[in-house]
Design a protein around this ligand. Sequence first.
Ligand SMILES: C[S@@+](CC[C@H](N)C(=O)[O-])C[C@H]1O[C@@H](n2cnc3c(N)ncnc32)[C@H](O)[C@@H]1O
Length: 258
Amino acid sequence: MSSGGPRLENSELNRLVAPEIKNDAFYDLIRDLAATEILETVLEIGSSAGEGSTEAFVVGLSKNRGSPQLFCIEISRPRFQKLQETYKDYPFVHCYNLSTISIAQFPRPEEVIKFYNEVPSALRQFPLPTVLGWLCQDIEYIRQTGVEVGAIEKIKADHGIETFDMVLIDGSEFAGSAEYSLVKGANFILLDDTNTFKCYKVREDLLDDPMYDLIADGPRLRNGFSVFKRRARPKGLFRKARERVVRSLHHAMRRAPC
Ligand SMILES: C[S@@+](CC[C@H](N)C(=O)[O-])C[C@H]1O[C@@H](n2cnc3c(N)ncnc32)[C@H](O)[C@@H]1O
């Protein structure tokens, strides 16, 4: 992206916006999982000003018997300030004003254009130049503010975390896949915008992953959400073992004298 992109004062990232995950089934699910699952560390990528998914996490985690910690990541300065102010009296909430990914980790425009043309996703509600404008805006915000990058790596290092227990991916429209590669292995992976570029591919990858089960799916709620839970052992393990036993029994019966 050239530095002739949108000026910082005109950037949508420089403004507060209404919460997105609010008064809906995904909000309720986040709150209930946060209250009842065995959790120590929870990561929220894309907290905005804290009135949506953050609120659902905080309400739920406040009831959790395991005293879990919530780590919130928000790149936008004004949204982060409101987030931090709102949760200043909640010692288990830790807010980071950083970017999850660097400029180099954003997809190339060609990759976004290919997705737009090949996948009939909700992104097509918007003209392609608008979508590419969002990509430009996200990159320019990092360039012009000089905000530090590497939020997930920093939180892991600061708190000695190898794998989070629960993660929500709801940050930049263009960062979902890169963020997923940094949180893979979490017990619960919650995705918003599964029907746009943000989490479409992550959802496909998790559906194919023998270590994860889809436990909730809302393709028609806004731009879609999904929740995956990690298994103790890969899917199909017992089926394959059973097939092996049946094959060797057949083999033994063919060789047995009658
Ligand atoms: C879809 S909104 C999150 C909505 C929120 N979860 C809710 O329920 O209201 C995405 C948020 O991710 C933030 N964001 C965008 N790019 C980011 C980045 N590179 N790192 C961290 N946060 C980012 C945006 O500023 C925005 O507030």
